[in-house]
Design a protein around this ligand. Structure first.
Ligand code: SAM
Length: 243
């Protein structure tokens, strides 16, 4: 199905992030379950529940990867709605497309290769835009947030689900040990790729904390910006509305 959006080819400037996701694409889902003990499913379910997405809505799932959020949205919006899964990486897009097809999710989903920093959609297109565990990998996050605000309909909602800063010092200590020592070893064992999972831990540490990200969303022109910590702040769900 085509919804009139142009398929864009991403230029050659795909750096480390690209390599990481080409390398992990086939093992991505099993690693998610393993690394989070399955808890990422709960984080995603809460995101869906708070999206307010209904039948007939248009949803954009940026950095959609293997389609966890897209497949849930596809059921919610029904045949009158549509969901666009956008990702910069064609390996992840292919895994996502195959996976959704296997689950019989077709018809109201479109796959678009696109950079979050320059979304190839008209202004005021979507009722809801999600980016789950994706903003962390984007080089110019301010551009990405501005681009999301542009393609969102007035009154529409942006949702950023992302690793964040833990509050409790003990949890922080345990989490550091887990992500810097254990995680790369699991990555090596299961995906045969230690380096990508080392990168993951570093990118989490570098990511702006809750208040900073909230400020960045406000700077992008969104209003009613707020966040909700999950699992002690390991993950936070930020939301904002386009005025
Ligand atoms: N949203 C999915 C989920 O929660 O399971 C996938 C998250 S995965 C950790 C991050 C995804 O972001 C990858 O598929 C990667 O290709 C994509 N990505 C990284 N940089 C991007 C960018 N600048 N624009 C769009 N997607 C990007």
């Amino acid at each position: 199905t085509h919804f009139g959006f142009e398929q864009v080819k991403v230029d050659e400037k795909q750096d480390k992030v690209a390599d990481v996701f080409h390398s992990v694409a086939s093992k991505y889902d099993v690693m998610n379950d393993l690394m989070s003990g399955g808890v990422h499913r709960i984080w995603k379910r809460i995101t869906i529940e708070q999206s307010g997405v209904r039948r007939g809505h248009k949803v954009l799932d940026i950095a959609g990867g293997t389609g966890d959020l897209t497949m849930r949205f596809s059921r919610l919006v029904g045949s009158e709605g549509k969901v666009v899964l956008a990702d910069i990486n064609d390996s992840m897009l292919n895994v996502g497309r195959d996976r959704l097809m296997d689950k019989g999710i077709t018809g109201n989903v479109e796959f678009v290769q696109a950079n979050a920093e320059a979304l190839p959609f008209p202004d005021n297109t979507f009722d809801c835009i999600t980016i789950a565990f994706g903003l962390r990998n984007v080089t110019h996050k301010d551009n990405a947030l501005a681009s999301m605000a542009r393609v969102l309909k007035p009154g529409g909602k942006v949702m950023v689900l992302e690793f964040s800063k833990t509050e409790n010092p003990l949890l922080t200590k345990a989490y550091d040990i887990y992500s810097f020592s254990l995680l790369p070893k699991i990555g090596k064992l299961i995906a045969g790729d230690e380096e990508s999972y080392r990168y993951l831990a570093e990118s989490i540490r570098m990511h702006p904390d809750q208040e900073t990200l909230k400020g960045m969303m406000e700077d992008a022109g969104l209003v009613q910006c707020k966040f909700q910590n999950m699992t002690g702040g390991i993950v936070a769900l930020h939301t904002g509305i386009k005025p």
